[in-house]
Design a protein around this ligand. Structure first.
Ligand code: FES
Ligand SMILES: [Fe+2]
Length: 427
C-alpha cells in the first residue's frame, strides 16, 4: 500500500527532492544530434529546470540556464557564437561550461574589474551517443553515458522518436515492468479496435527479478513454455527510467512533475545485400498523441501505452490502487526506488552507474531474438525467422508509434532494400 507521502517521493522530480536527487545521478537522452545540426539552439525542460541546449560554432555542446544571470533575459533567443552562447540583450557570452567569457560594455568601461570572471551561468554536462544528446545534472564525477550493447551494433538503420506526454514519468516507467498489459492493452484491445474481436493467449506464469541494470520479467503464456525466450531471457525495465526490448529502448524522461518526454531509439538491421551499411545521420521525429478530434490516438503500441499512462491521471494516485500478483514487479521496482533514493541521500552511488570505461565498451543486456539484430540475413530470411518467433519485424511502416514522416519512411525503406533509391513512392 502506497502512502500519500510515498506517492510524492516517487513522483516529484524537482531540485532537492529525493527522486530528483536520485535521477540527477544518471544521464538523460533529451535531443537528437541531428536536431542541433538543423538548429543549434533548443529549449529543454528537464527535472523541473528550464534550460537551453546549444552547439557552438566550434561544435562543442553546452546546456545552460534558460535565464541570463545579468538581468534574466531568455537565453533561447541568444546568439550562437564560435565559443559559446551570447545573450541577445546586452551581449554577455558564456562558454559551454557556463563561464562568462565576454561582457562587451563592462570589458571596455572597467576592464580591470574583470567582472566577467565573477559570473557563471548554471550549466550541465552534455554528451553525444547513439545519435542522441545526453544531459547529466548531478555532482562530479559524472558516470559514463552507458554504452548499451545495441549502440555498438553495425549495419543498422537507427531512428530517434519523441512524444510529449502530459503526465508524470513514474507511471510511464511502471509500465516497463508490467507483462500482463501486453496481453490486454496491445493484443486484445487492438484486436477489438480492429474489429476482429479475437483474444490472444493468456498469461499463465510470471517471474520478476532484479539485476545490475534494472528488473527483468519472465512470462509463460498459453502458447509458450519455459523454453521460450519470453521466459529464458525476458524483458527489461532498464534502470532508472527506460524499457529495453532488444532492438529498441524507450526512455520516460521526467520533464517535470506533470510531463514526460518519451524518447525511443530504434534499430533495424539492414539485409545482407545492403551491407556494409553506414548511416550518416540518425533521423528523428516527434509523433502526435491526439487526433484531430482531441482524442488520444490508439492505433500503435506506444500510443496505446500513452493512453494508459495519461488515463491514470496527471499524477497517478497510488493510495487508491489495489495491487495483485501481476503487480509484483511494480512492487519490486518501487522498493528499489526507495532504496536508491536513500542511498543517494546517504551520499552513496545509486544502482547501475558505470564508471569503468572497459566495462562500458559494450554493456550487455538480456536480448530476446538477438540473431535478428546481429546476424546477416536477407530481408525474406529475417521476416521468416521473425514470423517463426511471433515477432513483428521489418514491415514497411513504423509499427511502434504513429506519425513517422514520409521522408524518414523513405530513408528506412531504401536502407532496408524495400524500395530503390530512385523510387518515386514508398510502399
Ligand atoms: S540580460 Fe543577458 S546580457 Fe543582459
Ligand atoms: Fe505497452
Amino acid at each position: 500500500m502506497v502512502s500519500a507521502a510515498q506517492n510524492e517521493r516517487f513522483t516529484k522530480v524537482g531540485p532537492n527532492t529525493p527522486m530528483g536527487n536520485m535521477l540527477r545521478r544518471y544521464w538523460h537522452p533529451i535531443a537528437a544530434v541531428a536536431e542541433l545540426e538543423e538548429n543549434p539552439i533548443k529549449a529543454v525542460r528537464l527535472l523541473c529546470e528550464d534550460l537551453v541546449l546549444f552547439k557552438s560554432g566550434k561544435g562543442e555542446y553546452g546546456i545552460v540556464d534558460r535565464q541570463c544571470p545579468h538581468r534574466r533575459a531568455d537565453m533561447l533567443y541568444g546568439i550562437v557564437e564560435e565559443d559559446g552562447l551570447r545573450c541577445s540583450y546586452h551581449g554577455w557570452c558564456y562558454g559551454p561550461t557556463g563561464k562568462c567569457i565576454e561582457q562587451p560594455y563592462e570589458d571596455i568601461a572597467n576592464p580591470k574589474a574583470r567582472f566577467r570572471d565573477k559570473i557563471t551561468i548554471k550549466s550541465y554536462k552534455v554528451e553525444e551517443k547513439a545519435g542522441m544528446l545526453w544531459i547529466y545534472m548531478g555532482p562530479d564525477p559524472a558516470p559514463l553515458v552507458p554504452n548499451w550493447e545495441p549502440f555498438t551494433w553495425g549495419n543498422g538503420f537507427r531512428q530517434v522518436v519523441f512524444a510529449d506526454i502530459p503526465c508524470n514519468w513514474f507511471q510511464c516507467q511502471e509500465n516497463s515492468c508490467d507483462p500482463v498489459h501486453f496481453e490486454w492493452m496491445h493484443r486484445n484491445w487492438s484486436s477489438r479496435l480492429s474489429g476482429s474481436g479475437e483474444y490472444g493467449p493468456t498469461h499463465l506464469e510470471l517471474k520478476f527479478e532484479e539485476f545490475e541494470y534494472g528488473h527483468i520479467y519472465r512470462r509463460v503464456r498459453e502458447d509458450t513454455d519455459k523454453s521460450n525466450e519470453h521466459w529464458t531471457i525476458g524483458a527489461t525495465a532498464l534502470w532508472p527510467h527506460a524499457f529495453f526490448l532488444g532492438d529498441h529502448i524507450e526512455w520516460r524522461i521526467p520533464v517535470d512533475d506533470e510531463n514526460t518526454l518519451s524518447v525511443t531509439w530504434m534499430f533495424h538491421r539492414v539485409p545482407v545485400d545492403r551491407e556494409p551499411y553506414v548511416q550518416q545521420r540518425v533521423p528523428y521525429w516527434k509523433g502526435p498523441v491526439k487526433d484531430g478530434a482531441g482524442r488520444w490516438i490508439t492505433s500503435h503500441v506506444m500510443n496505446q501505452d500513452i493512453v494508459a499512462w495519461v488515463g491514470q491521471g496527471t499524477i497517478a494516485d497510488r493510495t487508491e490502487e489495489h495491487l495483485g500478483q501481476s503487480d509484483l514487479g511494480i512492487v519490486m521496482m518501487r522498493r528499489c526506488y526507495e532504496k536508491n533514493m536513500q542511498l543517494v541521500s546517504d551520499g552513496q552511488d545509486p544502482k547501475g552507474l558505470i564508471r569503468d570505461s572497459k566495462k562500458n565498451a559494450c554493456v550487455e543486456l538480456p536480448i530476446k531474438h538477438r540473431e535478428l539484430f546481429t546476424q546477416s540475413m536477407s530481408l525474406d530470411e529475417s521476416r521468416a525467422l521473425a514470423k517463426a518467433l511471433s515477432y513483428r519485424l521489418n514491415e514497411p511502416d513504423y509499427q511502434h508509434q504513429v506519425g513517422q514522416p514520409e521522408e524518414i519512411k523513405r530513408e528506412y525503406q531504401i536502407a532496408m532494400g524495400m524500395i530503390d533509391e530512385n523510387a518515386s513512392e514508398t510502399i
